[in-house]
Design a binder for this molecule. Structure first.
Ligand code: SF4
Length: 618
């Protein structure tokens, strides 16, 4: 177990960095001017195990009130450090730096104005002038931090890069890295080391790519600042947890990350147990020499594991999303057709006439000993062979595909490699006894080193247990491999789980979070903070209910008009709190309806979606 070595950053009584455990934190969603509410919520976070509490300070007035919140927490005996969250307001940052232990600034808006997302051109001189302005303002802020022993987080978000940065680097991971490095270079020149960095996005792939790129750039420039990890606008419930596990878990497994926040649109204290669980299930392994595996599987398939099902009947096929397509077979009757949730492969040990009704596109996998019987029921049945037996029995097995399952290192022999090279029918199944991210990566590297162009299904077998823990574990171990397009398919076998749909649904959620399949409407929502202008959790529930069937769309529900529009990323539609019971609606990044009363906003969004040709009836 090894994390990337970093500097140790002092944040009040807390030290953050690679010599210390990964710290977990959360953020208040109460009004910063309401001292009592902030203190109460901070205490709930602390008692849940939060080690750092962040509070938004939209202006100088709120930054001033951090003093009261801080004092009241200390008076009640809580020493956990506080962090101020600042956007668009260097004065508020300077004020907050006097009262709290850490201040987060956003390079996209610390000195730069709100992005217009228009294509602007900057001459070298104009660009250099803006950098100079940034240096002056930021140095003044660092001076106050130094004086008060305040740490700084340089927190870059994908959705809020400045026009200046986007003019040269686009709204890309490279842009996020450059925006951050501009500030880090000032820190280095000013010998200010009490710095933590974050690069976040609601898109796990962008977030992971940006952090990896940043680490490479920092190493090149001799910088070793600790990292804060998070997926922004992850949402709530199962979706928010899995999305966070895919993004944060991948990087933790790569040995990156010294503090994390799981942003959920729920009560902030509920983020802490999820964050702790995520830290506990990841196995950091930092490798500077990680070979860059080039993935090519942009639409992986799903294997539904129904090995525990003894009798395959209509109920089972319906749960797999196969439904009657036509009554045209004189012997077997109704033939089946798969819905958009149907898996492409099904692993079963129970054979029977139901399999005859499946469409040709679906493959039934059986242990190789049963393949002859299976072919009676389904001519597309595919044999599953352990790698250790494949050289002996492979040539005798019939079928257009064969699944060869590799579990143990000792089975990877020159004879196996030779047989795999000769047999184009083979799809490899990696099923390590320890289903861990780095174990899969090493196996994939072995396959790549052998020069095999083989398709690889990633299988994980583990005992059932607490469903949330199982989900977080599997999403954190497998999600990153799909982010990198390395998996031809996913196969989850949760042993002892009574309902096979659990593994199937989890497979879909992991692939959707990795951005390689879309099974349901993608809802993203910010966690809310002191800027939130309506009841965010209720709004998310209403939007989800009304638009859950539009599975081709990405819809964002955001708490405020200040940061919400920028942070919506590439959402197709945005539903943004505008204050005084009003909502603004966006089509992409464009504001198209302003100040709609909340009670009418769902209907207005329906209309907007319909006007743009994206509506379908449920
Ligand atoms: S988008 Fe949400 S979390 Fe971000 S500042 Fe606005 S209300 Fe707060």
């Amino acid at each position: 177990m090894k994390r990337r070595e970093t500097k140790q950053v002092q944040i009040g009584t807390l030290v953050m960095g690679s010599d210390h455990p990964v710290r977990v934190q959360s953020m208040l969603n109460t009004d910063t001017m309401n001292t009592e509410a902030c203190v109460e919520q901070a205490i709930r976070i602390i008692e849940a195990g939060g080690e750092l509490v962040r509070i938004t300070a939209p202006g100088v007035k709120e930054a001033e009130n951090l003093k009261n919140i801080h004092a009241e927490l200390r008076r009640r005996g809580y020493t956990v450090p506080l962090s101020a969250d600042i956007h668009f307001n260097p004065e508020a940052a300077i004020t907050a730096a006097r009262y709290v232990e850490k201040v987060r600034i956003n390079p996209g808006n610390f000195v730069d104005k709100r992005a217009t997302f228009k294509t602007l051109t900057y001459t070298d001189e104009e660009y250099a002038e803006e950098l100079q302005r940034l240096r002056e303002k930021f140095t003044a802020f660092l001076d106050v931090c130094r004086e008060h022993g305040t740490a700084v987080r340089i927190g870059t978000n994908h959705g809020s890069l400045s026009d200046r940065t986007m003019s040269r680097y686009g709204n890309t991971p490279a842009g996020m890295v450059e925006a951050t490095m501009e500030y880090l270079r000032v820190c280095r020149d000013e010998a200010f080391d009490n710095v933590v960095i974050s690069l976040k996005s609601s898109d796990c792939r962008v977030m992971v790519e940006a952090v990896r790129l940043l680490v490479r750039q920092m190493e090149k420039e001799g910088m070793h600042y600790p990292l804060h990890l998070g997926v922004t606008e992850a949402g709530e419930g199962e979706d928010g947890r899995i999305r966070s596990a895919v993004g944060i878990g991948t990087l933790l497994n790569e040995g990156l990350g010294d503090t994390i926040r799981v942003s959920l649109t729920e009560e902030p204290e509920r983020e802490i147990p999820v964050a702790r669980e995520l830290v506990a299930c990841c196995k950091p392994c930092y490798r500077e020499d990680v070979p860059r595996l080039e993935g090519r599987f942009s639409r992986p398939l799903i294997v539904a594991d129904i090995a525990g099902v003894e009798c395959v009947d209509e109920q089972v096929t319906a749960a797999l999303d196969f439904h009657v397509a036509a009554v045209n077979d004189p012997v077997y009757g109704d033939l089946l057709k798969g819905g958009h949730l149907a898996p492409e492969m099904i692993y079963t040990e129970a054979l029977g006439p139901e399999w005859t009704k499946l469409p040709d596109t679906v493959k039934v996998i059986v242990p190789h000993e049963s393949i002859d019987v299976a072919h009676v029921y389904n001519r597309n049945a595919v044999a599953l062979v352990p790698a250790g037996e494949y050289p002996r029995v492979g040539a005798q097995l019939e079928g257009s595909e064969i699944l060869v399952e590799w579990r143990e290192e000792r089975d990877w022999t020159p004879e196996l490699v030779e047989c795999l090279r000769r047999d184009e029918r083979v799809v490899l199944v990696l099923n390590p006894s320890r289903p861990e991210y780095m174990v899969y990566r090493r196996m994939l590297e072995t396959v790549a080193a052998a020069g095999l162009p083989t398709r690889v299904i990633l299988r994980a077998e583990l005992p059932s247990g607490n469903r949330e823990q199982v989900s977080l574990y599997l999403a954190s171990q497998l999600g990153g491999l799909f982010l990198d397009r390395l998996g031809y398919g996913i196969w989850l076998s949760v042993k002892g789980e009574k309902d096979f749909s659990f593994g199937l649904q989890l497979s879909r959620d992991i692939l959707q979070s990795a951005g390689v399949r879309r099974y349901k409407t993608e809802f993203i929502s910010c966690p809310g903070c002191g800027r939130t202008l309506y009841n965010l959790q209720e709004s998310v529930a209403r939007v989800k209910k009304a638009f859950a069937h539009l599975n081709k769309l990405k819809i964002a529900v955001m708490g405020c008009v200040v940061n919400g529009p920028g942070e919506m990323g590439d959402a197709d539609y945005g539903y943004v709190g505008a204050g005084n019971g009003k909502v603004n609606l966006f089509k992409g990044k464009q504001l198209v309806r302003v100040g709609i009363p909340e009670g009418e906003a769902i209907e207005a969004l329906k209309q907007l979606i319909a006007e743009n040709g994206d509506w379908v009836d449920a």
